[in-house]
Every structure is written in C-alpha cells, then in structure tokens.
Design a protein around this ligand. Structure first.
Ligand code: SF4
Length: 125
C-alpha cells in the first residue's frame, strides 16, 4: 500500500505488528521509522492545506463557480467514467487540470512552502 504515515513508532507498530513494512510503506527498527513518513507538525500543515482546499471548494460551489475542468493524466481525462458528460458542458480541447507528480521529499518541501524549484508558497496556488 502506498501513502504517507505519521513517523512515530507507536503509531506504526499499531498499524503493523513488528513494523517490518510488509503491509504499510514504513518500517520501524530500534524506534526509528523508515519510509514515507511525516512529522506531526507536517501532518498538521497537510490537514490545514486540505481544510483550505475544502473551504475554497465549498465557497466556490456556493458562488456558482463549478467549472467543468477535469483532471488530465497522460492526455486522458476522467470523463470516460463520468455520468454527467451530457450536462456538464465539457468538450475536448477545453482547459483541464494536471496532477503534479511529486516525490515524497518534494511534497514535503512544497508543504513547507518551498517548491521543488526553491520557489516560495508552492501549496498556495
Ligand atoms: S464529464 Fe464533465 S463533470 Fe464529468 S468528469 Fe468530465 S468534465 Fe467533469
């Protein structure tokens, strides 16, 4: 299973007995967590970032801003799986959104306000 986990050994050992990283992407040895872990402080920042996105999305919906702007991965949108294609107004060639594929360290830098290129406030856009 992929993902990030809180880098605290008690938390890891509570999810996987022995903490060998067989079922989760993190292992624990001598109390040290290895893998894609984040600190409690980073987890709080991530939660705040997600909360802001949800608030902005809710505000936009209440204001009637509901653009048909699907995710585009490798030239394909999710529209092929969607039941609303007949009513949403999206047509091929319109604006789509790209998911930025960051490595774990790059994502942490972005969370801390530094983009992979060293720019400030990478998560603010
Ligand atoms: S068909 Fe329309 S509503 Fe459905 S995913 Fe595509 S853009 Fe969004």
């Amino acid at each position: 299973m992929n993902g990030i986990l809180l880098g605290e050994s008690d938390s890891i050992l509570g999810m996987e007995k022995g903490g060998e990283g067989i079922f989760i992407p993190v292992s624990v040895s001598n109390g040290v967590c290895r893998g894609d872990v984040i600190s409690l402080e980073q987890m709080k920042k991530l939660k705040a970032c997600v909360d802001n996105i949800l608030k902005e999305t809710g505000r936009a919906l209440l204001n009637g801003e509901i653009a048909a702007c699907p995710v585009n991965q490798s030239g394909k949108t999710v529209c092929g799986y969607c039941d609303y294609g007949m009513v949403c107004g999206f047509e091929s060639g319109m604006e789509t959104r790209r998911i930025i594929d960051l490595k774990h360290g790059e994502a942490l830098e972005a969370l801390d306000g530094k983009g992979a290129d060293g720019s400030e406030n990478a998560m603010d856009s």
